[in-house]
Design a binder for this molecule. Structure first.
Ligand SMILES: Cc1cc2nc3c(=O)[nH]c(=O)nc-3n(C[C@H](O)[C@H](O)[C@H](O)COP(=O)(O)OP(=O)(O)OC[C@H]3O[C@@H](n4cnc5c(N)ncnc54)[C@H](O)[C@@H]3O)c2cc1C
Length: 366
């Protein structure tokens, strides 16, 4: 989120520094889905076409129950320019964003620099920044905390957050794509728990299976067996290129503006990956905050705009959390007696065009 916000601000002529503790990018793919409103926001720094050229365009999704299609969803018509959800591993997305920021200002991103403390005197914010070679105090008119779920800046500021945990756990992995699904996303609503399947660039596919708990020793074979048991599809464990297990929680800071510091991204709100919206939400925070920062730096009054930013972004994150909760509930195991009724209900709801269009809009953050 920091890379995107910094690019927006630098392109408006502001001097920005991004302090990033990692000396190099995280190799973990994590998020893959970029929704149309986020692509429109990312285009403001001129990277949408690079992202689209690197990713897979998901234009259609299907839910399968008991071996039969229960519901289909089309993303056509949702957005004039980007009528799809773009699938691209987060590591590649971050590489494109980092390259763009370096083009705009080669010195903006300071890698290997950890923020270890901060002080707001009412007129400026000073960050204590430690790197391998030195420690320094960096003073600025404003600061933005974009330091992720374990945000130290949120802790330095003493901003409380509301944490919620869920019983859901998942096993996720990327494999060579041997299916016939092409660029479609597929949800298998199996009685023992959902299996999700998404296309990735490079003829790969991501598989995510709900698990009864976090297995102590998860492996590619375990995921391949689960997928086969619940969907009948055989994936080759030998082609596995990424494997991860994760539990789910959500967390929302009670305030996003604290003195001269604003919170964005996961520092402001952590959303279950099963909603597929966390990363997108953060970019939309940055897009909403950037013009307010520019106006503030130019000496314009922004108190009303900051209040509006806080309430609208808190509402947006609450909505994303509800969407993730619906997705997780849909993927939980279903007792055999209820299975047929659940599938019938989904099938009839999906048959109502207005309901189908509404779900597609919500899913893609419109
Ligand atoms: C398994 C998984 C799958 C996901 N799938 C999706 C998806 O499909 N779609 C979606 O929209 N979202 C998804 N998400 C969520 C998405 O990954 C996050 O919402 C997104 O990475 C948040 O970005 P961020 O910049 O706020 O935080 P981060 O990506 O965590 O970045 C924060 C950065 O701050 C740095 N940092 C932290 N502390 C300091 C410090 N003190 N000093 C200096 N630097 C510091 C960190 O090194 C890090 O680089 C998924 C998440 C997971 C875990």
């Amino acid at each position: 989120m920091g890379l995107y916000l910094a690019s927006l601000l630098v392109s408006q002529g502001l001097a920005v520094r991004v302090f990033e503790q990692r000396p190099s990018r995280s190799p973990f793919s994590r998020a893959i889905g970029i929704h149309p409103p986020a692509l429109e926001a990312l285009d403001r720094i001129g990277v949408a076409s690079r992202l689209v050229a690197s990713g897979v365009q998901i234009r259609h999704g299907v839910a399968i129950g008991n071996g039969k299609p229960l519901a289909g969803m089309s993303f056509d018509g949702l957005s004039g320019r980007f009528p799809f959800v773009l699938s691209l591993p987060q590591e590649q997305t971050e590489e494109i964003l980092e390259r763009r920021l370096r083009e705009l200002d080669p010195d903006a991103l300071q890698r290997g620099s950890t923020v270890t403390g901060m002080h707001d005197d009412g007129r400026t914010v000073t960050l204590d920044v430690a790197s391998a070679s030195a420690s320094s105090a960096q003073t600025s008119v404003l600061a933005v905390a974009a330091d992720g779920v374990r945000s130290s800046m949120r802790d330095f500021l003493g901003v409380p957050s509301r944490l919620k945990t869920y019983p859901d756990t998942y096993l996720m992995g990327d494999f060579k794509d041997s299916t016939e699904f092409g660029s479609d996303a597929v949800l298998f609503l199996a009685p023992k728990g959902i299996v999700e399947s998404f296309p990735l660039p490079g003829s790969l596919r991501r598989w995510v299976a709900r698990m009864p708990g976090l297995p102590p020793q998860a492996g590619a074979l375990m995921l391949a067996d689960l997928v086969c048991e619940r969907t009948g599809i055989r994936i080759d464990p030998e082609t596995n290129s990424m494997l991860s297990t994760f539990g789910v929680r959500s967390r929302r800071a009670v305030r996003l503006i604290h003195g001269r510091t604003a919170l964005i991204g996961d520092a402001a709100h952590e959303v279950s990956p099963i909603g597929g919206q966390g990363m997108n939400l953060g970019w939309l925070d940055a897009a909403a905050l950037a013009p307010i920062i520019v106006a503030a730096i130019r000496g314009q009054p922004v108190a009303t705009e900051l209040r509006a930013y806080e309430s609208s972004r808190l509402r947006a994150s609450a909505k994303a959390m509800r969407q993730a909760e619906i997705n997780m509930a849909l993927g939980r195991p279903v007792p055999p007696l209820l299975l047929a009724a659940r599938n019938r209900m989904l099938s009839s709801l999906a048959g109502i065009p207005t309901v189908n269009a509404w779900v597609a809009r919500r899913f893609t953050m419109h």
